[in-house]
Design a protein around this ligand. Sequence first.
Ligand code: DP6
Length: 324
Amino acid sequence: MGVSEAVAAAHPNIALIKYWGDRDHALRIPANGSISLTLGGLKTQTRVGFDPELKQDRLTINQAPGEATARQRVTEHLDLIRVMAGIQFGAIVDSETDFPIGAGLASSAAAFAALTLAGCAAAGLELGRSELSALARRGSGSAARSIFGGFVELVAGDDDSATFAKPLATAEHWPIVDLIVLTDPMPKPISSTAGHSRAETSPLQAARVSDAPRRLQACREAVLARDFGRLAEVVEQDSDMLHAVMMTSKPALHYWQPGSLAVMAEVRTLRAQGIAACYTVDAGPNVHCLCLPETEPSLRQGLARLPFDLRILRAVPGPGAWLV
Ligand code: DP6
């Protein structure tokens, strides 16, 4: 038997209602449900080749050897696929990402969605999208959502097989634009994996989790009705609640930088002037500024006024992970 390989690609996603903290850390079963937008415009493409000659996996990320922690995380994920497929040898994994990785831009979501799809195809496993989503979640919680395109909801189920994402609305449903403002493209000092395990140390986490069904419902309704004002309100509140938990964890996590605060303030000012725009920030300093195609020029003008050297990436609703 020779090498069997497959190539898959996936977009990252931005959580509109965010997941933070796990009910089961090892299985990455989230403490609360989440809703995201799959980000067409940014992409990870991954080749997986299972090779009977290999005892260990070999990983390259953007043409450089993967570091030990990344290698271990990839091997643990491939182990799940190997057990399901009855494979006992290693794989060559080559991954290429066209946006900054480890900077709080959900690179792990795109990476583990692509790895799951390519790994299963290379192993000859034929899984449905829900099963792929649950499996991708084991690699990175947010990767469960990148299996699908458009607006996606990850339901916090009771166990492993019940915790997968499902589509809420297609990519064509609402042409939201995400201007991702890179206030600091350096790798973030604390990974989300480490952050999730600190969530419970904040006295605010219980309130954030118990209020999640209300925010999820408001977000679902806003997306389905294409009501930007309602979306803006709940998305910013959810992001601020997440950062309140992070800042009050032990030890505390502070991801916002001066540039992040300036961008958020500018977005609030623009919205007060009637411009459809809102912000959301993941586990990093970069700010996702959501707007509509018609308000993108005003948002860009506002951001250009800020006295910071900001790089902006652009994303629009994109498809779920696909085989190349
Ligand atoms: C703040 O999915 O990155 O972006 O499972 O440890 O890889 P791991 O965590 P990850 O956590 C996402 C945290 C978040 C919010 C979200 O995307 O829902």
